[in-house]
Design a protein around this ligand. Structure first.
Ligand code: ATR
Length: 296
């Protein structure tokens, strides 16, 4: 008798335009799994009830995105160390009747970064023990990125429009004070010549965001102060080339948008639900096709 279809939800509000259903649908199909991934619009008042349903079959778990990543934390039976440290859950995994909150954003970010550093086989973490990183922004995405970079041994500087928020981020992540510190925009000129990676985690440059045509916190001339070996990463992937990536590319710097992070955080979530190795190239093709349809 065929087994009834397993299900994974994406909890979002609103639930439009995500590439995750395409990525995970393709991954389930590639592995021959009878499972469905479906984005659902969950209003904040309904969140607890929907999460409660995930504790039973046919659910393998869920992804969680804006605005629910922090709100689901107290609804979990257990948290992974990363989810607890970051204070946010992007992946819920059902274990029997218990819900485990994971955060795969940080690992996804590092695995995407590894594609730029060519330091090992695909899917292995980059060696960042002597890297200096400048993180632009101090919101939810920045928390996962700073935690991951500091955990990988990098020396991390955080700059944000709201300096208080950056201070709170560094304190609350409780990484060692040597690993992460806050820097003022005015002091960026001193820092940039020794910076290996610049990472934009703000929504500046995102189509439909607050400032689609702008640069996040740094000026185009600042990019001249970076060493030629510096890499510039933007977590934004719509558009594929943000104003920051265009300016960095014009200076000959190696760049990466947010698609590799999206793919790898999805791969790690897939592995947590299924216990199987994620078909990353299938997921990448699905995400790239989906993005081309939206933007093309
Ligand atoms: P996310 O979960 O995607 O990180 P968020 O938590 O709302 O979203 O954080 C948004 C980030 O983008 C913040 O660092 C925010 O800066 P503030 O903390 O100063 O608000 C940053 N950001 C948004 N719009 C910006 C703008 N126009 N200029 C500079 N930074 C901006």
């Amino acid at each position: 008798m065929p087994r009834s279809s397993e299900r994974v939800l994406l909890l979002a509000h609103p639930a439009g335009h995500s590439l995750s259903p395409l990525m995970h649908g393709a991954a389930f199909a590639a592995l021959g799994m009878d499972a469905q991934y479906e984005a659902v619009d969950v209003a904040p008042a309904e969140l607890a009830a929907v999460v409660g349903q995930l504790a039973h079959p046919p659910y393998l778990g869920a992804n969680v995105t804006v605005p629910h990543k922090e709100a689901v934390v107290p609804l979990m039976h257990e948290l992974t160390a990363a989810a607890r440290a970051v204070g946010a859950v992007n992946t819920i995994v059902r274990r029997g009747d218990r819900l485990v909150g994971h955060n795969t954003d940080g690992a996804g970010f590092l695995l995407g970064l590894a594609e730029l550093t060519q330091s090992g086989a695909e899917g292995t973490l980059p060696d960042l023990s002597s890297a200096t990183c400048l993180v632009l922004g101090a919101g939810g995405a920045a928390r996962a990125v700073v935690h991951a970079l500091a955990g990988a041994g990098a020396n991390v500087h955080v700059v944000n429009r709201n300096v208080e928020r950056a201070n709170r981020l560094v304190q609350e992540l409780a990484v060692s004070p040597r690993a992460a510190s806050v820097v003022n925009v005015a002091d960026l000129g001193d820092l940039l010549p020794a910076t290996d990676f610049v990472v934009n985690t703000t929504s500046v440059g995102m189509s439909g965001g607050p400032d689609p045509g702008g640069l996040p916190l740094i000026e185009a001339t600042h990019l001249n102060a970076l060493p030629p070996s510096a890499r510039v990463v933007d977590l934004v992937y719509r558009p594929a080339v943000t104003p920051l990536l265009a300016a960095a590319g014009a200076r000959g710097l190696v760049t990466q948008n947010g698609l590799p992070m999206l793919i790898w955080q999805g791969a790690k979530a897939f592995e947590a639900w299924t216990g199987q190795q994620a078909p990353v190239s299938v997921m990448r093709t699905a995400a790239e096709r989906g993005l081309a349809q939206v933007t093309g």
